[in-house]
Design a protein around this ligand. Structure first.
Ligand code: FAD
Ligand code: NAP
Length: 464
């Protein structure tokens, strides 16, 4: 009999507790006519992935999506094993021995590099690092950011670039009302950054910002936004593609940016300069960043129809003391799991993992590690449905693993021995309570605990 009956529930391990992992758990536990048990593992003591460690502190409403995940965690058949790193604390074979299906939901854990000289100078950082630092991710809390420079350059035209830009020009006293990590607030209070120059390698019509994020810059009380009107004069390729296949978002972005270009500055203390059609070619400086050499680009339409930047011979230098590259995240390989180096994803067909084009029995991928580092939180809900449908279909057809040790207690015993300080869901609820209580006293949504030791100590309070 295929698994899924009352006496032989379909047992699924999900590695990663971000949106993708949680949406998948929810879809599985809500599946009709199938008995499912889901164990979710995360390397951190805390769940929610980038909802906790990525979404900007000044976007509390977006973080409220975790309420949906809390409902999933309350469903019968759900267990959480936090502080358990796949590859170190539990291996591929240990999971395939204990579950009918294993789903990887590990997101994209590193960043893309620009590959230009000077990228490793002091003062040149990845946005990934800054984001994880201001959000209190335990692995990043000890990073040091010297914000004594007046000008920072942010490379990239995506929403992460917008987050980083806002964080650099927002009054720290406004951030002090959020869940921004205390160590970051301390440094941001001393920040001398007054100007952020954002570099897009293509034009306004190709920017990856979404409209609300771009519009939000206007709401910043401390910063004026500058766009050169000449950058808003679309070249023939942009005008044509906007007209023929442009999305509503792209059209509206051009409209918003054109609006910015016509707005008179109001003499605010800080400024955001959105520049287009320029690429950094070298980061200048001997020990620390002193500037960025940029080249002017022109757009060309390739045979595949994609409008791409091509450098001209016009160059310029922007003097600055800080550079944040915000050009995308990247997945990392997992021990024992196929990996597509080029795409930085686990190769899969509709969520079913493949190895050299051949399906791998009982193994699945979801979220950013399945499709690459793109899409908002909600995108992962649909994406998780696709992977869950594949699992349910495979389970019904008996095309899943036949675990040698399917007893749920066996996992508890293994993790209990391997990682005695793992965090259960009740442990996370204790952390959550402690953070919220600390926040309440300070008029903030929460005060984040940012070291693994502090988090584990708070998790232990569940029994006290
Ligand atoms: C900076 C930033 C801000 C964003 N802001 C927004 C926003 O405001 N609104 C919005 O809609 N979308 C936002 N997004 C997009 C959204 O966060 C993603 O679509 C979503 O988080 C991807 O979900 P995921 O589950 O695939 O990955 P993740 O959220 O990254 O979750 C992956 C999880 O896997 C765990 N993990 C990794 N490796 C292991 C391992 N070896 N063992 C065990 N566990 C592991 C991680 O700890 C993590 O908890 C933002 C993205 C970024 C980068
Ligand atoms: N508030 C929100 O909803 C929110 C907040 C943050 C993130 N997110 C989502 O999370 C996902 C990831 O965001 P992201 O900002 O990391 O990625 P992204 O949206 O893919 O944007 C990456 C940007 O980097 C540029 N880029 C890539 N390589 C470059 C290079 N070598 N030199 C210069 N520029 C380069 C890209 O330009 P090209 O287009 O020319 O390649 C693009 O503008 C997105 O889907 C985003 O919407 C959402």
């Amino acid at each position: 009999m295929p698994p899924g009956g009352a006496d032989n529930p379909l047992r699924v391990a999900i590695v990663g507790s971000g949106p993708a992992g949680f949406y998948a758990a929810g879809h599985l536990l809500k599946a009709k006519d199938v008995e499912v048990q889901v164990d979710v593992f995360d390397r951190l003591p805390t769940p929610w992935g980038l909802v906790r460690g990525g979404v900007a502190p000044d976007h509390p409403n977006i973080k409220a999506v975790s309420r949906v995940y809390e409902k999933t965690a309350a469903m019968p058949g759900f267990r959480f094993f936090g502080n358990v790193d796949f590859g170190t604390d539990v291996t591929h074979d240990e999971l395939t021995d204990r579950y009918h299906a294993v789903m990887y939901a590990v997101g994209a854990q590193t960043d893309r590099r620009m590959g230009i000289p000077g990228e490793d100078l002091a003062g040149s950082h990845s946005a990934t690092d800054l984001v994880a630092w201001y959000n209190g991710h335990p692995d990043y809390r000890d990073l040091e950011f010297d914000l004594s420079a007046k000008t920072a350059v942010v490379v990239g035209n995506g929403n992460v670039a917008m987050d980083v830009t806002r964080m650099l020009v927002t009054d720290p006293e406004e951030l002090a009302k959020t869940d921004c990590a205390d160590h970051a607030l301390e440094v941001l209070r001393e920040s001398q950054v007054r100007e952020v120059v954002v570099l897009g390698r293509r034009g306004p019509a190709q920017a990856a910002f979404t409209n609300p994020e771009l519009l939000e810059l206007r709401e910043l009380t401390d910063a004026d936004v500058f766009v050169d009107p000449r950058d808003c004069e679309l070249d023939e390729h942009s005008a044509e593609s906007l007209e023929s296949e442009g999305t509503m978002t792209a059209r509206k972005n051009v409209e918003i940016l054109t609006g910015y270009s016509a707005t008179e500055p109001t003499g605010r203390d800080r400024r955001i300069d959105l520049r287009f059609l320029v690429s950094p070619v070298e980061i200048l400086g001997e020990e620390r960043v002193k500037g960025v050499r940029i080249v002017r680009n022109e757009l060309h339409r390739g045979n595949d129809g994609v409008v791409r930047p091509e450098p001209t011979d016009i160059t310029d230098v922007i003097g600055c003391g800080l550079v944040f590259r915000s050009i995308g995240y990247r997945g990392v390989p997992l021990e024992g799991v196929p990996f597509d180096e080029r795409g930085g994803v686990i190769p899969n067909e509709g969520g079913r993992i493949t190895d050299g084009g051949v399906p791998v029995l009982g193994e699945y991928a979801v979220g950013w590690i399945k499709r690459g580092p793109n899409g908002i939180i909600g995108t992962n809900k649909r994406d998780a449905q696709e992977t869950v449908n594949a699992i349910l279909e495979d389970a019904a057809a008996g095309r899943v693993l036949d675990p040698s040790d399917p007893d749920p207690d066996s996992v508890e015993a293994l993790i209990g021995e391997r990682k005695p300080d793992h965090v259960t869901y009740a442990g996370w609820e204790a952390i959550d309570r402690a953070e919220r209580e600390a926040g309440e006293a300070a008029g903030r949504p929460r005060v984040k605990l940012t070291s693994t030791e502090e988090l584990l100590e708070a998790a232990r309070e569940k029994v006290g």
